[in-house]
Design a protein around this ligand. Sequence first.
Ligand SMILES: *[C@@H]1O[C@H](CO)[C@@H](O)[C@H](O)[C@H]1NC(C)=O
Ligand SMILES: *[C@@H]1O[C@H](CO)[C@@H](O)[C@H](O)[C@H]1NC(C)=O
Ligand SMILES: [Zn+2]
Length: 386
Amino acid sequence: MRVSSSVFASCCLIFELFGLALFLRGFFPVPVKSSFSSKSKLSDLPAEPLAGNGPNASKVPPPLFKRVVIVLIDALREDFVFGPNGAKYMPYTRHLVERGSTHSFVAKARAPTVTMPRIKALTTGSIPGFIDVVMNLNSPALYEDNLLWQAKTAGKRIIFYGDDTWVRLFPKHFLEYDGTTSFFVSDYTEVDNNVTRHLDSTLKRDDWDMLILHYLGLDHIGHISGPHSSLVGPKLLEMDDVLKKIHAALISRETEGSLPNLLVLCGDHGMSETGSHGGSSEPEINTPLVLISPAFKRKVGMEKPSVVEQVDLAPTLLLSLGLPISQNSVGRLIAPVFEETTLREQLRYLHLNGHQLSCLLRDSTVEYQKDTPTTRATNEEEVATL
Ligand SMILES: *[C@@H]1O[C@H](CO)[C@@H](O)[C@H](O)[C@H]1NC(C)=O
Ligand SMILES: *[C@@H]1O[C@H](CO)[C@@H](O)[C@H](O)[C@H]1NC(C)=O
Ligand SMILES: [Zn+2]
């Protein structure tokens, strides 16, 4: 009797451990990552099929944009731009969305909807899991292939103002930076003024290629008093003014014959009805993504923004700047951005995206089997006998 009860107890224990292991495996999935921790290089890109070995066959099509300004507003919910709040408090942005040369999307962020993993998703195109939250509370530098590394390596000069998480993730990437601390959640004025105070002088300068701004005020308002607080309206109006200022400056400095500039408005995650974030409810994962550039055709009225993934931004920005897609990106190109290019170039963009994804699949799964030459030969034989 004693023996069988201890056997029963150990069976229970083993079963429990098995259950725990299964839970952990599901909660912390193995991230899709290339097993080679290198970076994508322009020289490694595949040649265009059927183009022979010409000098241009393995090139990325030329860049579409000269300068890029990314305005990231922390906890910007999709309805703060596309909903009634947007119409009321972001009039300039809404005007651009409805009638300007823009492409608008709802970009889905994945849980955990916390700032640091979302910055990683936006810059690397990969999807960090919960394990990243646990392991990176002190956010050490990001060594994975990413947008900023690629841009800096290609000689682009990057300026950053805003949440100092970026400064910790990208310690050597910025020509100039000013990090604001998100430690004092009760402050929603100074964190944003510390970013905006640099704008006038920076927008007049010609010595940068990429400007990134990360505004924290809206997120802090959410944590203090939620998305329906009376503080949200004035904050959105302030952000709208910032966008107007940047857009006007980009247009006024555009010169005849040079490439157009691109202004990107995005959020890292949304905010729930109580003003918090971290989970995967609709208001937390739906963020707006507005791409503004004279390179795009003008709109004639508001369309319902289509849905993309947040990770799609990284490959889209990289290829549109003439850079290779970062190695661990799982994003797909946002096709409308490329619709003004030639058909051949569009095909080439898709080719590069598909090739990068298949390399990632090959490097991250052991069982991956490439279409082997033998099967191809039999296919050819089949074709020959037909
Ligand atoms: C290669 O590209 C350059 C500039 O983009 C162009 O002038 C040249 O004609 C191209 N060569 C071929 C073989 O397509
Ligand atoms: C804003 O800038 C001032 C002066 O540089 C600094 O003392 C202050 O801590 C900054 N505030 C935040 C929230 O980062
Ligand atoms: Zn955030």
